[in-house]
Design a binder for this molecule. Structure first.
Ligand code: CAA
Length: 240
């Protein structure tokens, strides 16, 4: 029986590459998205992967969204918590709303999705949760106290939940991407981005597909002994 996966933020950027890679491996994928209807529709037309709209920051919406996916596609075996936003600004300029939005979406989203999907995985004795963290959660980043805190929190969340899932065949791992060629990174001011790229030993931005490769490994049938780990995919920018 084909596994069923939900990829949050799964219709664009890194999430799109993950959705497509999982589908190409015979997994039935539900791609969640929050806002961009047009991109989601185009994604579904192009890939044949169903897209589902809900906000991962909304606890009840996650419970309802997972229930809908399970009713339509079957029990959810794999969750990739990829949905994330930036609201970059220095602490002096950052508003409480900018802080809260990033914490609620990037970190709260992982909690909300795990609450919805983890109990079923545990009962069925098999599950894979992959949380997309960030190099900036490992190393910090000027102008990102909100994002770095949320991403750093994801790494702690991963290690704690991995301990709870281990006896039940549910692995929980994180990937810490570096700077990947997506809309999110394209929003960084060009002069700032040029300085960042100059510090990447591999000498370029990463590709979304290079993160998807990591997800395929961590969600594999034969990856059951890998749990609580963080896979850094960052072109050598930060060795942690
Ligand atoms: N270290 C030290 N000082 C720095 C600095 C750094 N890394 N970056 C900027 N500064 C300094 C500037 O030189 C400038 O100093 P002066 O005023 O003395 O000239 C000052 O900080 C600018 O401060 P401001 O508060 O005026 O900054 P700003 O409002 O113009 O913009 C910013 C600040 C929004 C943070 C902008 O620098 C920025 O967008 N930085 C990029 C942040 C980033 O990398 N985001 C990653 C997004 S992608 C992502 O998050 C994906 C992932 O997981 C990797």
């Amino acid at each position: 029986m084909a596994r069923v996966a939900i990829v949050t933020g799964g219709t664009r950027g890194i999430g799109e590459a993950i959705s497509v890679a999982l589908k190409d491996h015979g997994i039935t994928v539900a791609a969640n998205y929050a806002g961009n209807e047009e991109r989601a529709r185009a994604f579904t037309e192009r890939t044949g992967i169903k897209s589902y709209k809900w906000d991962v920051a909304d606890h009840q919406a996650c419970l309802d969204g997972v229930a809908q996916v399970e009713a339509e596609l079957g029990p959810v075996d794999i969750v990739v918590n990829n949905a994330g936003i930036t609201r970059d600004s220095t602490l002096l300029k950052q508003t409480w709303e900018q802080w809260q939005e990033v914490i609620d979406t990037n970190l709260g989203g992982c909690f909300n999705m795990a609450k919805a999907a983890f109990p079923g995985m545990r009962e069925r004795g098999w599950g894979r949760i992959v949380n997309i963290g960030s190099i900036n959660g490992q190393a910090g980043q000027y102008g990102q106290v909100n994002y770095a805190a949320a991403k750093s929190g994801i790494h702690g969340f991963t290690k704690a939940l991995a301990q709870e899932g281990a006896r039940f065949g549910v692995t929980v791992n994180a990937i810490a991407p570096g700077y990947i060629d997506t809309d999110m990174v394209a929003a960084v001011p060009p002069d700032v981005l040029a300085k960042i790229v100059a510090k990447i030993p591999v000498g370029r931005l990463g590709k979304a597909e290079e993160i998807a490769r990591g997800v395929l490994f961590l969600t594999g049938e034969d990856s059951g002994f890998v749990t609580g780990s963080t896979l850094s995919i960052n072109g050598g920018q930060h060795m942690y």
